[in-house]
Design a protein around this ligand. Structure first.
Ligand SMILES: Nc1nc2c(ncn2[C@@H]2O[C@H](COP(=O)(O)OP(=O)(O)OP(=O)(O)O)[C@@H](O)[C@H]2O)c(=O)[nH]1
Ligand SMILES: [Mg+2]
Length: 608
């Protein structure tokens, strides 16, 4: 057992991309977590494939280093707003945070969210102004803005007196003041030990440990994660589980794990301040407290924010179904979804009246699309519908989720952006012009934000910078029109030909390339007009030589638009679905048959 006075529990919090994981990386390197000349990947904490590919943190993770005889527990957290709930839960296990702020960007939407939570819990912050090496960065200016943010969020005098440090995490350097020479991370480690309080709590008191997070392992089942507040927990000792209804159920834990460096190490017992994973605890819920059965010290339950977005997952029944996936049946899809929900408290899965369909609800489009991507990689094939916001009734009123949406655009593009956001029921609350760029703040329904990213990027030639922050539930705003552009729908079955795509390309944006298998009812492009149009993409001679210019037979084919998974699911309307297979993403009409679609009421024009 580690003596509490030698423990420091600290979470790294920040806006997306401000450098949390890079900072943890260097802390591990300099804190001796790796052997001399051990080969380690960059941003080693972003350990799963999807995190590495996307360059973002999806799951918060624990690690630890040893500094001058102190055991510093570090929790890296995700910066993306969809995972904000995780940050909140992590904060219940730490006594201090490193609030990382980009010296170039200054504090941003998620900085405010995470700092507000930390201040409310009375946690000691150390501000790390990071990326001071970035050309054009303003470290002092960023720190001033952080100070203003503290005041605005109602920090008390002690909190306002926060320690700060400047860093270039990627280069592994930091300094107390900008004038100081570059140093390794020693000053940062010293600050953590000095300024962040050691955990309180006595190992002789009755055991109390709040379950603040959970995980799922194929071999060990569900794992309860939390920090021992007081008392001692031992392997196989009888423990009590204080449940939501106030009752205490007797159980035991069969294994205890703690984080040493990057390794999860099995230990026999843990005491106050230690963050541990427990295996073998039967039927626990997040928020339960692990107690001594005859002398329970119960901690306040933590709650999980309810999901705001849902999507239907269903069996793929397109004409191309089952060709690319390994797991395709509704039972396989359902089992996989339910397994995910065991380890992800923010996810809900419900089978629908039609047993081939499941409603999957989560904290945002990114949250659910990461699950889709994971399943595709494991060999699953299925189809998903358009994301829907989850409506709630509050005090007799129908309410929907509202977000604060901030967008920075080059001033020359602001007109179309304002028009677009207005049509999505955005209410402008603030607008500030600083020369070339304008920042506009909106309050708008989450509904209106679905698909907004790609739309604004195309309106501003890629220059719009967007941030969202969940504001709360409010009475439902008016109707929001779905995508205005119609779909180009394939009439025939067969492989798309360059010849037909060439003839269609000035009528919209094509989604398929020559050779792509198509079927009736499949969406092959976005029409430049409002109505859906049925087209033939398989006719004509197979042209093989497409060149920029030349003889009669060579044509210039605009490359098909390669939609990302998120783009595809936010592009579709409610009468459309997306086929997901390990190797393809195809868009289609829910009703493949043209006459059936007509009966369902959407206006369609025919090409011929
Ligand atoms: N110039 C510079 N770039 C940095 C520094 N620290 C991090 N970066 C870069 O910033 C980007 C984001 O870094 P991450 O460490 O992944 O950021 P994060 O805060 O963990 O991001 P999320 O987990 O997605 O919220 C990467 O490209 C880093 O290389 C720094 O000190 N200087
Ligand atoms: Mg990260």
């Amino acid at each position: 057992m580690i003596e509490a006075s030698k423990i420091r529990n600290v979470a790294i919090i920040a806006h997306v991309d401000h450098g949390k994981t890079t900072l943890v990386d260097q802390m591990l390197r300099q804190g001796g977590a790796f052997r001399e000349n051990q080969e380690v990947a960059e941003r080693v904490m972003d350990s799963n494939d999807l995190e590495r590919e996307r360059g973002i943190t999806i799951l918060s993770k624990n690690t630890s280093i040893n500094w001058k005889g102190n055991f510093i527990n570090i929790v890296d957290t995700p910066g993306h707003a969809d995972f904000g709930g995780q940050v909140e839960r992590v904060l219940s296990t730490v006594d201090g945070v490193l609030l990382v702020v980009d010296a170039f960007d200054g504090p941003m939407a998620q900085t405010r969210f995470v700092l507000k939570k930390a201040l409310e819990l009375g946690i000691q912050p150390i501000v790390v102004v990071n990326k001071i090496d970035r050309p054009g960065s303003d470290a002092h200016g960023a720190l001033d803005k952080v100070f203003e943010l503290f005041i605005e969020l109602g920090a008390n005098d002690q909190q306002l007196d926060f320690p700060h440090i400047y860093a270039a995490a990627r280069n592994g350097i930091c300094k107390m003041e900008m004038e100081d020479p570059d140093s390794d991370f020693a000053p940062l480690f010293d600050q953590i030990v000095e300024k962040i309080p050691a955990p309180k709590g006595d190992f002789k008191e009755p055991l109390s440990m709040l379950i603040s997070s959970l995980d799922y392992s194929e071999f060990l089942g569900r794992l309860a994660i939390g920090r021992v507040k007081q008392g001692t927990i031992k392997v196989n000792q009888q423990i009590g589980l204080s449940q939501e209804d106030g009752s205490i159920r007797r159980t035991r834990c069969t294994k205890i794990y703690a984080y040493y460096g990057l390794k999860l190490t099995e230990i026999d017992e843990a005491g106050p301040g230690q963050i541990v994973q427990l295996a073998g605890v039967q039927d626990f819920e997040l928020g339960d407290t692990i107690v001594e059965p005859d002398n329970p010290v119960v901690q306040e339950r933590i709650t999980v924010d309810p999901p705001t977005i849902s999507m239907i997952f269903q069996v793929n029944d397109s004409p191309l179904a089952g060709k690319e996936g390994k797991f395709v049946t509704s039972t396989q899809i359902g089992d996989r979804l339910k397994r995910e929900a065991l380890g992800d408290v923010a996810l809900r899965v419900e089978q629908q009246a039609d047993p081939s369909k499941y409603l999957v609800a989560g904290r945002g489009v990114l949250h659910i699309s990461i699950l889709i991507e994971k399943m595709r990689r494991e060999g699953y094939e299925f189809a998903v519908g358009r994301p829907q916001v989850i409506i709630r009734e509050i005090e007799g009123k129908v309410c929907e989720p509202i977000e604060t949406f901030t967008v920075d655009v080059p001033t020359e593009h602001q007109g179309p952006v304002i028009q677009e956001l207005g049509s999505r029921r955005g209410e402008m609350v603030h607008m500030e012009n600083s020369g070339h760029s304008t920042q506009i703040v909106y309050e708008m329904p989450s509904r209106g934000l679905i698909g907004v990213r790609s739309k604004l990027l195309s309106l501003t030639r890629g220059y719009a910078v967007m941030q969202t922050l969940f504001k709360g539930y409010e009475p439902i705003k008016g109707e929001i029109a779905e995508r205005k552009e119609g779909a180009m729908i394939s009439k025939e079955e067969g492989d798309a030909t360059g010849y037909s795509l060439f003839n269609l390309q000035d009528r919209g944006v094509m989604f398929v390339s020559p050779g792509a298998p198509c079927y009736p009812g499949m969406i092959v492009g976005e029409h430049c007009r409002e109505d859906d149009i049925v087209v033939n993409v398989v006719k004509g001679k197979k042209l093989t030589n497409m060149r920029a210019s030349g003889s009669d037979d060579t044509v210039t084919l605009i490359p098909a638009k390669d939609q990302s998974l998120e783009e595809a699911i936010t592009w579709i309307n409610s009468d459309e679905i997306v086929e997901m297979t390990p190797s393809s993403i195809r868009l289609r009409k829910m009703y493949l048959d043209e006459n059936e679609r007509k009966r369902q009421g959407r206006k369609v024009v025919s090409d011929e």
